[in-house]
Design a protein around this ligand. Sequence first.
Ligand code: ZN
Length: 413
Amino acid sequence: MHRIEANVLIPGRGDPIDDGCVLLDGATITYAGPRAGAPPSEGAEHHQVPVVMPGLWDCHVHLFGIASANLADVLRLQPAVGGARAVKDLEAALNAGFTSVREMGGLGIYLAQVVDEGTVQGPAIYAAGALLSQTGGHGDIHAAPVQWVEDYGARGGCLHLCDGVPECLRGVRRQLRLGARLIKVCGTGGVLSEIGLPTHQQFSDAELQAMVGEAARAERIVAAHCHGKPGIEASVRAGVGTIEHGTHLDEPTAQLMNDHGAILVPTHTITARVLDHGPRLGVPDYALEKMDVIIGLQKRATQIAMAAGVTIALGTDVLSSGPDTVCPWGIHGAELGYLVQSGMTPLQAIEAGTANGPLTLGPQGPKSGQLLQGYDADVIAVAENPVDDITVLAEPAKVTKVWRAGRLVKGAP
Ligand SMILES: [Zn+2]
């Protein structure tokens, strides 16, 4: 049992409370509120901290286990090598105060098992399995023979090509068979893929509807990678739960998202990282050219979504292993700063990175991301108040304690 007393308690949703107290019993929060109202906690481990808040959620990450800036490298990666790197990635996330991740295609489907059984320390992983892509789409490796990519997917790799409704249904069922908690589809072209423009819709309306329907029967939502408007609109009309990136979003598209209850997960971190570090780290020229267009639009898209009242959840698209790589695990907290630069208040950015996280999993969403009785005991202590300066959450050193499922995994006395 842990008793955490704090000068400031940030609940995740709602206003901060001065002189707060959080009690953890096992993997559950049993009290969160004013210290004055806290029940006695005989024998609890006592902690006095400046700020207590829910563990953070990153709703768009990839555990690829690659150190390079080229997704084609997944094809020649030995799974054990990728898995070992991913273990370090998970440690980096916890160290940064991120206690839950929605893994959008990669090794997360396998790593979730070893985290859940306690073999590896890491954030709770809610994984999609493989990215579902049409042949030649964002989830294809265009420079490789297509048979290689198909074979890689069939062996449980993180890319799965499917064309036509029956193959799309099988694609979804393959991920459900592995224990996917959501389904990830590529609804438009992408930046880090060689062929195809981010503005082009991928998958037909019928294919999208089939995948959403199949996922819904298993109480899963579909998350759609989308930059361009036609793809966003087709995906939202098909009923996807979240739009990832959402670069070309405008007012009518935002309204459509609102009408359908779709959530936006903008990913400013990867855009900034690719432009700042991509040339030095070998990001291919085709990707740099496409990213140049996107950076100007992304902040605007977030602003339009906010004005329309679209729910926004924090996502970074971290995808590489090792500190000096293109978009490495451990830098998740930078996204809060980008959200504030896009017009959110610090408290809104914190809500996007805590309470809104579980919403991106639809019916699979856990009771997490808020300091509330009965919620998961994923909690962090911060050295300074992020409501005054959001950038403190971008510095892992200022996240002084981390509890994951009620266990103190960082900052033991
Ligand atoms: Zn991604």
